[in-house]
Design a protein around this ligand. Structure first.
Ligand SMILES: [Zn+2]
Length: 375
């Protein structure tokens, strides 16, 4: 078919216009598209960081609703935390479900429930098996249930010596590359009871060992144990920087304790972790799945407070009244204990879109495994 010249010119113009429009529409889409697979996964675990705790901490810190970075993350789901024997889980069973994709009984660390339960392979062990770098960072004791469920298998979370021993007896790869947490005194006692020293044991396994978080980055493998708090951001940032040297990628779990039996400390920890997630997400880059969740919720709720005056002042006034206890605070009372309602999971990066709706906590294991492309 032939067209007169004027009509052909007009057609070309229309075609050019259409092409331009397509380019305009598709260019931002293409630019926005994130990589299909995650090179790295960072799991931020707010221990006891239920939705009501996030809500109270955010308003307390910023006097604005939904002001946390976590509350701006693009993919959100609600995770059931029950264990195989209780509606209200402890940290051991809660973290086992997230790290292994299998629920177990309260108190059990990454093993199947019941007597003779088999060890369950953890996501960290999958990563070690494939040659990725791995890290476990916590502001709790390094042998406590949540970090232990990443690298150890024990019928009881109280098996401190066995958990320390398993740090140096990995089933896959060469074990966790960077371990940072509290429990230095426990480690010294545990290794000396077996006729060695923590220094000897960790150095012998190729680790730089000490109590200064600044050690991280000075060697590819480091164990930093202390009994005092430390500044979270420089330590986690140095950990990410070190792990990212592995071209195959890394898996990092960061636990921050958000138990609010001491409400001031617990709520402050929420803000610390929220700031950490904001900064580390930017540092880690687009090929990293960032996942925040809690192992279980806790009995703290925002129950009062006027808008227009800082909530912190109202909370403090309640807390310093004669006879005040965390339980009878009219602004943010605490019913001391874990609770059984769903917790949020919030995610960004490759594979984050699988976090949506209501699901069992075991599904978070699938989310991480699929993000790596291992299923
Ligand atoms: Zn917990």
């Amino acid at each position: 078919m032939t067209y007169p010249p004027t009509s052909r010119t007009r057609l070309r113009k229309v075609a050019a216009l259409l092409a331009g429009m397509v380019a305009l529409v598709s260019a931002p889409l293409a630019a926005k598209q994130e990589p299909q697979r995650a090179r790295n996964v960072i799991l931020f675990l707010g221990d006891a960081g239920g939705l009501s705790t996030l809500n109270a901490a955010g308003i307390l810190a910023h006097d604005k609703p939904q002001s946390l970075y976590i509350q701006s993350m693009p993919h959100i789901g609600l995770s059931d935390t029950s264990s195989t024997d209780r509606w209200v889980t402890d940290s051991a069973a809660g973290m086992t479900a997230i790290m292994t994709g299998r629920k177990t009984g309260n108190g059990v660390v990454s093993m199947a429930p019941g007597p003779g339960g088999a060890p369950l392979k953890t996501l960290l062990e999958y990563a070690e098996e494939r040659g990725l770098s791995t890290g476990v960072v916590t502001n709790m004791k390094i042998w406590d249930a949540t970090p232990a469920a990443c690298y150890a298998h024990a019928a009881s979370r109280k098996s401190k010596d066995e958990i320390f021993a398993q740090m140096l007896r990995p089933r896959f790869g060469n074990g966790v590359d960077i371990l940072l947490g509290k429990g230095k005194a426990d480690a010294l006692a545990s290794f000396s009871a077996r006729g060695t020293s923590a220094q000897q044991a960790f150095t012998g396994a190729g680790y730089r060992f000490g109590d200064d978080p600044a050690l991280i980055g000075s060697a590819s493998r480091a164990v930093v144990l202390r009994d005092e708090d430390y500044a979270p951001l420089p330590a986690v940032s140095a950990t990410v920087k070190q792990l990212a040297r592995n071209p195959k990628g890394y898996f990092l779990m960061v636990e921050w304790d958000m138990h609010t039996d001491d409400p001031q400390a617990g709520l402050r920890h929420v803000i610390e972790m929220d700031d950490m997630i904001r900064q580390i997400s930017a540092q880690a880059g687009k090929d990293t799945l960032i996942l925040f969740t809690a192992d279980h919720s806790f009995g703290l709720r925002l129950m009062g407070g006027k808008r227009g005056t800082p909530l912190q002042a109202q909370f403090d006034a309640e807390a310093t009244k004669p006879g005040a206890t965390p339980a009878n605070n009219a602004v943010i009372p605490v019913d001391d204990g874990h609770s059984g309602e769903e917790v949020i999971a919030a995610a960004s990066g490759p594979g984050a879109e699988r976090v949506r709706g209501f699901f069992p906590n075991t599904q978070l294991f699938d989310v991480m495994l699929e993000a790596f492309g291992w299923r």
